[in-house]
Ligand binder design. Structure first.
Ligand code: NAD
Ligand code: GLY
Length: 367
């Protein structure tokens, strides 16, 4: 088992462990102290519950209760949040209760937000069961819901007490979900570590052995922990993690209103290619690196073309992004593979050209 300690200096040196390994779900009580909690509540979704809830419940104090919500991004909203708050009240949760988030990034985001707001904040633990949540969502304390058809627009910074995950959960994860998580792994290489990028793109994501996957997840968590420790509240360095997310979030939000919703990592993959092309168009990134990024994502089985949505709709969504200040769209771009650069803006003309060029690819590739 790997153990990483993440320290958040800004909040009085709050430290929490990230446990990564195989077969950890039935050893939770050996890793987490439950004695001081009055109630323990496991939040999970309808897909994860039949697979993992019993294992977790038998591995924690037997008085624990559970809350089950529907699965998927469309449920990361205010209605589900109210449902969770009401259930917490019915269960009799108080300020000394603990919420355990068991599931993917949707459970982690809405569970973390519920924990941060219920009675002004109760402790929570993340047990992420998707690759995406393991390498990104569960670490770093961003909690949120979608609102008014805008992704992640309402939320808090609120750190978990511990993160624990069992890579065996990846065995039941559909392949497209696994690849979606791999997009964030590739992103970590692109923004911060060229050697890591070369390693994670050296073969197809599904060709890595379990031990290699543990090493990869561990490295991604370390890279993310380093960034969060430096800048918990995203005033500077943490913005690096937003590479691919400005165009990605816009495309993801629009897709959720169609009958072909994109997974988060798929949208980020499209966004990374688009933002690499933007960086190239403004002279920041060499054409060779731009092409390597696109090829690597394609080779990983991820989408890279922007779907044929209306340009005005994409730009409108980007304008509602919370990262913008004063109506200027704020991008994280890259200068080379392994080096991100924050707080970049581009002209509307270049942005339009970039989006159209990637949509043209899409239409041509369908012919
Ligand atoms: P998800 O939570 O919707 O999970 C994907 C699907 O897999 C769901 O249907 C879920 O029920 C199912 N599932 C989960 N674990 C499973 C398992 N082990 N076996 C079988 N099925 C399983 O999606 P996700 O990709 O995990 O997370 C995406 C969300 O995370 C988005 O809302 C995104 O905005 C958010 N996110 C947040 C942060 C952050 O820093 N807070 C970072 C990245 C992404
Ligand atoms: N997923 C981006 C962040 O945690 O900052």
């Amino acid at each position: 088992m790997e153990k990483i300690i993440i320290t958040i200096p800004a909040i009085a040196q709050k430290k929490y462990p990230i446990y990564i390994g195989k077969n950890l779900l039935d050893k939770i009580s050996t890793l987490i102290q439950f004695e001081s909690y009055t109630k323990i509540i496991v939040l999970t979704d309808e897909i994860v519950a039949p697979i993992y809830l019993n294992t977790v419940l038998t591995s924690i104090p037997n008085t624990a209760k559970s809350i089950i919500i529907p699965s998927g991004e469309n449920n990361k909203n205010i209605d589900t949040l109210q449902f969770i708050w009401k259930k917490l009240l019915q269960i009799g949760a108080d300020r000394k209760s603990l919420l355990i988030n068991l599931g993917g990034g949707v459970i982690g985001d809405i569970g973390g937000f519920s924990a941060s707001t219920f009675m002004r904040g109760i402790d929570f633990i993340n047990i992420p069961t998707t690759l995406l949540a393991q390498v990104d969502e569960s670490v770093g304390g961003k909690t949120m819901i979608d609102f008014a058809n805008i992704k992640n627009i309402v939320g808090t910074f609120y750190q978990p007490t511990a993160v624990l995950f069992d890579i065996q959960t990846l065995q039941t994860l559909p392949q497209n979900q696994f690849l979606s998580g791999f997009a964030e792994i590739i992103k970590h290489g692109i923004i911060k570590d060229k050697t890591y990028f070369d390693l994670v793109t050296s073969k197809k994501p599904t060709a890595f052995t379990d031990d290699e996957i543990i090493a990869i997840i561990t490295k991604s968590c370390e890279l993310k922990a380093e960034i969060v420790q430096e800048d918990e509240k995203e005033s500077s360095t943490r913005k690096l993690l937003n590479f691919g997310h400005t165009i990605g979030h816009a495309v993801e939000a629009i897709s959720l209103e169609t009958d072909k919703p994109l997974l988060h990592g798929e949208a980020v993959s499209i966004g990374m290619v688009a933002e690499a092309v933007l960086a190239n168009k403004i002279g920041l990134l060499a054409t060779s690196d731009t092409e390597i990024i696109k090829k690597s994502l394609l080779n990983a089985g991820l989408p890279t073309d922007i779907p044929d949505y209306e340009l005005a709709q994409i730009i409108k969504k980007m304008r509602s992004d919370k990262k913008n200040i004063d109506d200027i769209i704020n991008f994280t771009l890259i200068t080379q593979i392994g080096n991100g650069i924050i707080n970049q803006s581009v002209s509307d003309k270049i942005l339009t050209e970039c989006i159209k060029s990637l949509q043209a690819n899409n239409i041509n590739s369908k012919k």
